[in-house]
Design a protein around this ligand. Structure first.
Ligand SMILES: [Zn+2]
Length: 508
């Protein structure tokens, strides 16, 4: 009864506000919802008089909504009315509905996942009221949303370089959740401060066990699962090849036996090297709270250079034994290994798709345990390669995806920065029943391209297309800023997505 009383009071208040000819923009929700209706001249305030009602089987949903209304909108609302039933017609466990009318915001979902999606959508829509010097409150247009994702696995891959402050990574996680990715693969580039093997990190590395737990907790609360990554084969330098840096060897020449001469691959003939890798995988998995997936890298490995690995016949047998061993370790820990695809395809056969394996790659693939998730990266604008011609079809034919799928693997398509490629691969994934999509960002954290990649991928994985709002940097800059508020950013250098506005670096 109390909630109903509040609702009536709010209706009266809005009647006054709407007299002033309101004209709300079309709500910009990323990813674009499947169904959205709104009334541009009808305001719904989010304040203490707003009645929130949630229909969801999970009893924890009501308190979660109340907490987020306080954190995101600064509004102290009464208890959220909860009906313990399925609240979204269809749409699986991530489907949701929103009915926002003056005085009352109702969310329907089939699990708390859907409730979180709905709240992330509301946060993006809410606009500050146009009164006062200091914020008085938020309102949004009356609206109705019915929504659900196309892909069950919607991932985004971020690299944590030693140059990246914790606040940047936290914001990436927060924006991923806001844009309804449900997995974030977080690859440590020498930043995980291993307690068992400290030489595997740069000095004062920011990703401590405590920090990993904190970030995993933030992610989980917001609806996203963190998946740590350790490269167990190539990329053992844990720094970019073109920079000539090596996390371990630059400071610890005594550790040379762990790596192939040159430092790019782990030395798989050395049992101690393999044990160090096992230790690192277990330690990071534990630090992140034992998530259900773990990425083991395995892309772009070089041919062996040490005398023992070169004598292994075939070297691919050694590699396969190592990968199976790591996947088995993860299986015992309750996780599935994920790996990049390219060493599992013989070089040259699959052009223009990426393949770096030798003639034994097909046997390696056949011997691989089928619980490993294959992450097939392809960065062209469509299946024909890097064709940037306007008007080219965005629906393509992706034979490598079909190849892995036909071998019985759950397969993710992994685009990068080409808009058409992201759209085409996402579409292909849901039209062909793939396991999902993993958007890769790599080191491209800066400028408008960053936001564009995140937004297009979020929409693609959700099964809708990004509309172009045509406004500079919007809405990504706004949403990124909101995530900065949540992360408690106070330093100018940590705002925005360019650390230097005056170009000093060579842009590659
Ligand atoms: Zn070796």
């Amino acid at each position: 009864m109390k909630a109903q009383g509040f609702a009536i009071a709010a209706l009266a208040a809005v009647a006054v506000a709407t007299a002033a000819d309101l004209d709300f923009l079309r709500p910009e929700i990323i990813p674009e919802p499947r169904e959205l209706r709104y009334e541009s001249s009808v305001a719904v305030r989010i304040d203490g008089s707003t009645a929130f009602a949630v229909t969801c089987p999970d009893a924890a949903a009501a308190q979660w909504v109340k907490d987020k209304v306080a954190a995101w909108f600064g509004a102290r609302i009464g208890d959220v009315a909860l009906a313990s039933a399925q609240g979204a017609p269809g749409g699986g466990d991530e489907g949701y509905t929103i009915e926002a009318k003056p005085g009352r915001i109702a969310i329907g979902a089939n699990s708390i996942k859907g409730v979180k999606h709905a709240m992330h959508a509301l946060r993006q829509v809410a606009e500050r009221e146009s009164v006062g010097v200091k914020l008085k409150g938020y309102w949004l247009p009356a609206l109705s949303v019915k929504d659900s994702p196309a892909l069950a696995f919607r991932g985004i891959h971020f690299c944590w370089f030693p140059e990246c402050p914790v606040s940047l990574i936290e914001r990436q996680i927060r924006v991923a959740a806001m844009y309804r990715f449900n997995y974030v693969v977080l690859e440590s580039w020498g930043v995980f401060r291993s307690e068992r093997h400290p030489f595997l990190a740069v000095r004062d590395a920011p990703l401590t066990v405590k920090e990993a737990r904190r970030l995993a907790g933030i992610a989980s609360d917001l609806g996203v699962t963190l998946i740590p990554q350790v490269n167990v084969y190539g990329h053992a330098a844990m720094q970019r090849a073109r920079g000539g840096k090596h996390t371990t060897l630059d400071m610890h020449p005594e550790c040379q036996p762990l790596f192939e001469p040159g430092g790019w691959n782990w030395c798989l003939s050395n049992p101690d090297a393999r044990q160090v890798v096992r230790d690192l995988v277990a330690e990071i998995h534990e630090a992140f709270g034992n998530p259900p997936f773990f990425h083991i890298g395995c892309d772009e490995a070089d041919p062996p250079t040490c005398a023992m690995c070169r004598a292994a016949r075939p070297y691919s047998g050694l590699v396969m034994e190592h990968i199976k061993d790591i996947a088995g370790l993860l299986r015992k820990r309750g996780a599935r290994a994920m790996m990049w695809h390219d060493m599992l395809l013989e070089k040259g056969r699959w052009k223009p798709f990426y393949s770096h394996g030798d003639e034994n790659a097909p046997q390696m693939l056949d011997a691989l345990p089928r619980d490993i998730v294959i992450c097939d990266w392809y960065y062209g604008s469509d299946s024909g390669g890097h064709d940037k011609t306007a008007g080219t079809s965005v629906t393509g034919n992706y034979p490598t995806l079909e190849h892995f799928k036909s071998k019985g693997f759950d397969t993710l398509t992994c685009p990068w920065r080409e808009r058409k490629g992201i759209v085409a691969q996402a579409k292909y994934a849901h039209e062909h029943g793939l396991f999902g999509m993993l958007e890769t960002i790599w080191h491209h954290y800066r400028g408008m391209e960053f936001g564009r990649m995140v937004e297009i991928a979020a929409c693609g994985a959700w099964g809708t297309e990004r509309r172009d709002a045509g406004r500079r940097g919007s809405p990504f800059a706004t949403n990124w800023r909101r995530c900065g508020w949540d992360a408690g950013i106070t330093e100018f250098s940590e705002t925005g997505f360019l650390d230097r506005q005056v170009t000093r670096d060579v842009d590659d």
